[in-house]
Design a protein around this ligand. Structure first.
Ligand code: HAM
Length: 411
């Protein structure tokens, strides 16, 4: 075997990088708790049916990106590509309809078979929120406000912009759909193959196409905003007023439709220019029909998910960790004593490392590499006297300290 590598699009997170991911997830959890979101953890593995129709059979996620397989018992299962459908499934199977409105947040790995690049992975992490049971637009405003506060607390808000749009209610979407299809049929020969497929099944997704030929055709396409009925228009106007009231700046992007089928009314994305083409760091919207379409009671919902990997790319450096104390034992007796001393130091909250191998200079090098503040040098002579040589590695000074005073001295 020529050395095993991680699966394409998956990564090992080590040390500082892991710390950044944890920091993001912990900060998000703290902020979302301020909003009253409770945590939910759903399985990574779901029946494929949870995602197939809910996300839309013609969506990229379902048609190209899902990790679907038949398990040993013959069941069709999928590694979750996103969190919303799993939360909706849990809502139905756990009978959570008694507890509305429900505010849930989750975090963890998601899987999509995409072409890997910076900011895009096949296993990536998300955290997200779902607010269930409220059809009032104030819920949309509150979840966007939560996203905005998370970005502010992570100190990345100056690197991101909020784009919002509406895709209206079912009636508006149907009216627009007919007009868009009629227009696109007239230009079908100029559309990409993907878009031709979507024309029959899900024409709105064509608005989101990155294909240049498609974009050229779309330039003169009818505008969604002209097809919004009064209720949809009012909903969107209220959303904008609410955001403004909370001091959240946004841009209306009439082409924003999002890649998943369950949305209605509000759709939004927080994007950044700081990581190239993978620019969405948080994205979401309203999905009033999702739970019903899965066989549950009619339950409106609105939420978003953040890409932790992308946030980690733009997060500023974290404050340095406290500098450790390095215990440098020389000789077997000292090595035995070292863990005992380390235990005492750790008990009072001092980060402590014990050097295990190599001669004195090698162990001192390790202490330097760890960025240690102090080296506690313990040889046979010191041990016999009940002392240690404590070297201040920033000042270069050294003093003899009785072992019984060590904790007090280093604190
Ligand atoms: P989404 O737009 O598919 O929405 O994903 C949300 C975020 O996850 C993206 O904006 C991005 O930051 C991150 N993300 C997606 N794919 C990848 C990838 N391959 N590599 C790295 N990061 C990625 C959803 O997932 C919806 N469930 C959001 C939602 C919740 N809508 C309503 N509630």
């Amino acid at each position: 075997m020529s050395g095993l590598q991680p699966v394409r699009g998956t990564r090992d997170l080590i040390g500082e990088e892991c710390r950044r991911f944890r920091y993001i997830a912990r900060t998000a959890a703290e902020i979302l708790a301020l909003y009253g979101f409770q945590e939910i953890e759903t399985p990574l593995l779901e029946s494929s049916a949870v995602f197939l129709r809910t996300l839309g059979e013609t969506s990229d996620v379902v048609s190209k990106q899902m990790y679907v397989f038949t398990d040993r018992g013959g069941d069709e299962v999928t590694l979750r590509p996103e969190g919303t459908a799993g939360v909706a499934r849990a809502f139905i199977s756990e009978g959570l309809g008694q507890h509305l409105p429900l505010k849930l947040f989750y975090s963890g790995p998601m899987f999509r078979y995409e072409r890997p690049q910076k900011g895009r992975y096949r296993q990536f992490q998300q955290f997200g929120v779902e607010l269930l049971g409220v059809d009032n637009v104030q819920a949309d405003i509150e979840v966007i406000s939560a996203a905005s506060r998370v970005l502010r607390t992570l100190k990345v808000d100056h690197l991101t912009q909020l784009q919002i749009n509406t895709i209206g209610d079912t009636e508006s979407r149907e009216a627009y759909r007919q007009s868009l299809v009629a227009y696109l049929r007239g230009h079908v020969d100029r559309l990409s193959e993907d878009s031709r497929t979507r024309l029959e099944k899900n024409p709105l997704r064509i608005l989101d196409s990155k294909d240049e030929g498609d974009r050229a055709v779309l330039k003169d396409a009818p505008l969604f905003s002209n097809f919004l009925n009064e209720a949809s228009r009012a909903f969107f106007a209220e959303l904008q007023e609410g955001l403004t009231r909370l001091g959240i700046s946004y841009v209306v992007d009439p082409m924003l439709v999002r890649g998943l089928d369950y949305y209605c009314h509000t759709v939004f994305e927080f994007t950044t220019n700081a990581i190239g083409s993978q620019n969405a760091v948080i994205a979401g919207g309203r999905y009033d029909g999702l739970i019903k379409s899965m066989g549950g009671p009619h339950t409106p919902g609105v939420g978003w998910a953040a890409g932790t990997d992308r946030l980690a790319l733009i997060l500023p450096d974290l404050p340095a960790l406290p500098k450790p104390v390095a215990i440098v034992p020389l000789g077997e007796a000292a090595e035995r004593k070292a863990l005992e001393l380390a235990d005492q130091l750790r008990a009072v909250g001092l980060v402590t490392d014990v050097g295990y191998s190599g001669n004195m200079s090698k162990r001192m090098k390790r202490a330097d590499k760890l960025g240690a503040r102090w080296a506690v040098i313990l040889g046979d002579t010191e041990l016999a006297k009940g002392v240690a040589q404590v070297k201040d590695l920033t000042q270069g000074t050294q003093e003899e300290v009785p072992l019984s005073n060590l904790t007090t001295r280093l604190r």
